[in-house]
Design a protein around this ligand. Structure first.
Ligand code: SF4
Length: 244
């Protein structure tokens, strides 16, 4: 739910960005869709990742691309064949939408996936997140892409008291836009990095603040750390042996 209002840059935004990007350079996973800017390949990965875990998508993604190496191959395939190749990923509506999208891009866009968020959003099965992700990851446009991982990180870091619902979603999109680097390449890395942090460190199950690169600039992390410090037992005096 992207916001059209002028985004307010949260305090600490530049430190958050710097730390996150440095962490991602060291800890970001090698994933096949991170090594391409081919819009079709990026789009396929984003549609697969919508409701399926990364480890499962890693198995199915190359197989699907072997079978349908280009958008045109996909557009010209029989619906039954597309469904067959999607078997194992579940949520078949995604495959049907992807197939319709391929046909529409061939018919209306001369076979080229559009680069702009507004045009992308008009394609079958493409919501706000997928449009932002394709614009950023394939075309290196400096636009936000807020999925559930990103929303969780932004909420915990900048808006720990924010309610859910439409207003909450608008605020998170506005924050994502406000802290995004202005250059497309850096925005690509930032969008990948914040998703990765939500997948590996700041997860739905547990926030591993002690291992988090942005803990010092995160509202939730700072609170957790001060609670831990306040309740930690006093450090014992060194034994004579240790003191030597
Ligand atoms: S410090 Fe904790 S709450 Fe904040 S982003 Fe990191 S893991 Fe999430």
């Amino acid at each position: 739910m992207p916001s059209k209002s002028t985004p307010r840059v949260p305090p600490q935004a530049s430190r958050f960005r710097r730390r996150l990007l440095a962490w991602f350079r060291r800890h970001g996973r090698e994933l096949p869709w991170r090594n391409t800017r081919d819009p079709y390949r990026v789009l396929v990965s984003e549609v697969m990742l919508q409701q399926t875990q990364v480890s499962r998508v890693e198995q199915f993604y190359p197989r699907f691309l072997d079978r349908f190496p280009t958008l045109r191959h996909l557009a010209e395939a029989r619906p039954g064949l597309v469904r067959e190749e999607w078997d194992g990923l579940g949520y078949y509506r995604r495959a049907a939408n992807l197939h319709r999208l391929a046909r529409e891009v061939i018919a209306r866009h001369d076979g080229r996936i559009p680069a702009g968020v507004d045009e992308l959003r008009l394609l079958p099965g493409v919501g706000a997140y997928t449009a932002g992700a394709v614009a950023s990851f394939a075309f290196e446009r400096a636009v936000p892409a807020v999925d559930t991982n990103v929303a969780r990180v932004l909420r915990r870091a900048f808006h720990p008291r924010l309610g859910k619902g439409a207003h909450g979603a608008r605020t998170l999109w506005a924050t994502a836009a406000a802290i995004l680097p202005a250059r497309g390449k850096a925005a690509w890395a930032f969008n990948q990095a914040i998703m990765e942090l939500g997948a590996l460190v700041c997860t739905a199950r547990v926030a591993r603040c002690g291992a988090c690169p942005v803990v010092e600039v995160c509202a939730t992390g700072k609170r957790q750390q001060s609670t831990v410090t306040a309740t930690a037992p006093p450090t014992p005096a060194p034994s004579p042996r240790a003191a030597r």
